[in-house]
Design a binder for this molecule. Sequence first.
Ligand code: ADP
Ligand code: PHD
Length: 460
Amino acid sequence: MRVMKFGGSSVADADRIRAVGEIVCQAAQEGPVALVFSAMKGVTNSLLEAADLAQDGQGAYRDILRDLRSRHEQVVRELVPPGDTGGTADLVENLLEELSELLHGVSLVRECSPRTRDLVVSFGERLSCPVIAAYLTSRGTPAEWVDAREMIVTDENHGSALVKSSRTSQAIAGRLHGVTGIPVITGFIAATPQGVTTTLGRNGSDYTAALVGAAMAASAVEIWTDVDGVMSADPRYVEKAFVIPDLSLQEAMELSYFGAEVIHPYTMIPSVERHIPLWIKNTLNPGARGTRITRESPETDHTITGIASIENVALINVQGGGMLGIPGIASRVFGALARAEVNVIMISQASSEHSICLCVRETELHRACEFLRQELRPELESRRIEQFEEQPSLEIIAVIGAMMRGHPGIAGKLFSALGDSGLNVLAIAQGSSEMNISFVINREDRKAALNVVHDAFFSE
Ligand SMILES: Nc1ncnc2c1ncn2[C@@H]1O[C@H](COP(=O)(O)OP(=O)(O)O)[C@@H](O)[C@H]1O
Ligand SMILES: N[C@@H](CC(=O)OP(=O)(O)O)C(=O)O
């Protein structure tokens, strides 16, 4: 069995869904397939925005609802034939009505808990899948939509729930064996053992596909999107970026962690660890080979595999002459940040131990500094630690590749290229795995730095 996942970009409108139909009908003739779909492009964001507006008591959430209604009614009109026996048009109407009532409730109580928010966003995938299944059936490829909440069991960590693996595996296998035709599975959404709706984190449909692939011992998991594969750098910034034909799981995870949105960190683990290859393919160019992600590192001529970047980060520098003698300072700093629920993206500490430099999301900077100030108040008052240096408006760039290990001269080449172009580097970190070197630059240098590094390593 092949598991094929189509992201929001592949189901943006009726035309895109028709293109998906071509690919799926062809694949179904070659052998068994299971499909996973996301919500239509932008729908999850719209639902979240509507929930925020309703919570604030702003009637503007109704404008978003109107827009969602018209988008979904339009695809039903264009793709579902009048003789559809599955009652798809009614189902979509009922779902839109239910969503409207839910948001009305949120606006009345002016409260939207993470649990309710998950229920609101679940409508995106619950609306897209029945329409797609009805369309495929009308093209002569019988399909049945499957609500993943019946199969994927998670904890109650709303917004980014943790999957209970073995229960989920059994439930997927059990549910899919009962499906007649091709299963069209809602990505991203799941449920607790009590049946409460949860979600797997933003872009979580890739994870759904990997879970289905692992449970069904698939021959491949395919992530269909709008680019020819994972590229050597974000194609929106680097014109010369090219498709990486093969990637190891480790490299793919590093690239996605550092911002290559095309794949999602960790989501590929369930299938790739079972030696099921994961492919990134282009719905707009199905003939292109794509990128293959496997457990082991592939052979390559390049010393680095790819470059990724994270935008909107900030640097906090904790430093002071008295830091050397303070016991457990690192654990206190990171303990405070953990309590603040701040995600530390990058850490760099000079061996002198006079400073710890860390990178966080810009949106979390204020909270991070508040908690740090509280934790380190005695040292700040006695001036053993200076007031933190806070620098917003920065970017992290990471250079990634399994071949970097034991390959001298990479850092030299990287920083000479940046220095020669007059680009200032504010902090540097290297993982002990030697699979990545990451560095921090000013926001306005992002495009230039990505291109300079890309040229330095890939121009030959
Ligand atoms: N290294 C990279 N390789 C390929 N695409 C990338 C990379 N970095 C960022 N992207 C962006 O990721 C986008 C695809 O991700 P996304 O929009 O989440 O797709 P989908 O909706 O199909 O899940 C591409 O259009 C591309 O602009
Ligand atoms: N619809 C969800 C899940 C998802 O994976 O979407 P996409 O495949 O379009 O990234 C989201 O936007 O987060």
